[in-house]
Design a protein around this ligand. Structure first.
Ligand SMILES: *[C@@H]1O[C@H](CO)[C@@H](O)[C@H](O)[C@H]1NC(C)=O
Length: 314
């Protein structure tokens, strides 16, 4: 692990230093946050079960909104307004995916997600949307299972996407049988309401990395729908998350909001080469280049943290 710490510090340090230079501290909630459901009764009910369609942007965002609300008590001892909630990273990242056009159908065979078409649609062919599913459905259903939501485990059903249904678990029981280790890790987080910030951070990242690993194996082939730079960025991003996890990056509202300003503001196309992308800020160019270097260094070092992630795929 000797190489890991300095590299992680460089990345995290770079982010903090650069974010200090960005003065806009306006608290930006994820897109459509106010319009998204905030309680179970905002969803429909069939045969005594709440039915949630996670392939519609505000409906998926609503799952996060409920989750943030129900975990507020874990974090109120650190600050009163829930802004120190470590789960903010999830909806903020999902919002970034939406605003930057990463949830649309990359194959363009449907109008799912496009401004001119069904703009709230989340495409099952989007690699980002599928990876995010594992960072939404699993933490949400594990929270239901842990009793946090105040409803029985079998009272929530997620609707399947239009295709590849078997790749997605839709209920507490099916997620537990398909992804037992990740569900256990999210449960460990929810079962520790009075833990220290550091312990909650540790539990959160363990579950987060485990969910990414589950998703990565299943959806790696989706990266073929994208340009080379975008597919490369997706992989680099996954590797970097392992380092952010190891460095204990605090995924609270303010740090993630700032951090996202440094991420590519649109899907990368062929010909995009950091640090020379003209419609990106200097910071966005540098961070994109940095994430790529990071992945290269990672693949050449013995400590290779990403082996955890890519182990079964190459
Ligand atoms: C959670 O939601 C309930 C019902 O909408 C609301 O009354 C409460 O203030 C919310 N709590 C937090 C911490 O946001």
């Amino acid at each position: 692990m000797s190489l890991l710490a300095p590299w992680a510090c460089v990345l995290v340090g770079c982010i903090f230093v650069s974010s200090a230079e960005v003065f806009s501290l306006s608290d930006r909630y994820p897109p459509l946050w106010n319009e998204s459901p905030g309680q179970f009764s905002d969803y429909s009910v069939e045969n005594g079960k709440y039915i949630i369609d996670p392939w519609v942007f505000p409906k998926r965002m609503g799952m996060y909104k409920i989750l943030l609300n129900k975990t507020a008590s874990y974090f109120e001892k650190f600050a009163p307004d829930n802004k120190q909630n470590l789960l903010w990273g999830l909806p903020l990242q999902h919002g970034w995916q939406y605003t930057t056009g990463r949830l649309v159908d990359p194959t363009r065979t449907t109008d799912c997600g496009y401004e001119s078409g069904d703009h709230l649609c989340i495409s099952v062919d989007s690699w980002w949307a599928d990876m995010n599913y594992f960072l939404c459905a699993l933490p949400f259903l594990a929270a239901v299972d842990s009793g946090l939501m105040g409803i029985p485990s079998d009272q929530v059903l997620l609707l399947p996407p239009p295709k590849d249904q078997t790749k997605f678990c839709l209920s507490v029981s099916s997620c537990q049988s398909s992804f037992p280790s990740t569900m256990r890790k999210w449960n460990a987080f929810y079962k520790s309401p009075s833990s220290s910030f550091e312990d909650l951070l540790k539990y959160m990242w363990e579950a987060h990395v485990s969910a990414l690993k589950d998703g990565y194996k299943i959806f790696e082939d989706r990266l073929e729908y994208y340009s080379k730079p975008e597919a490369g960025f997706g992989k680099d991003w996954c590797v970097s998350l392992n380092y952010l996890a190891a460095a204990g990056f605090p995924t609270i509202f303010s740090t993630v909001s700032e951090f996202q300003k440094a991420l590519p503001p649109r899907v990368l196309v062929d010909g995009d080469t950091a640090p020379f992308i003209s419609d990106f800020t200097d910071l966005q160019n540098i961070v994109l280049l940095g994430l790529n270097l990071f992945h290269e260094v990672d693949s050449k070092t013995a400590t290779r943290l990403s082996r955890v992630l890519f182990s079964s795929t190459r």
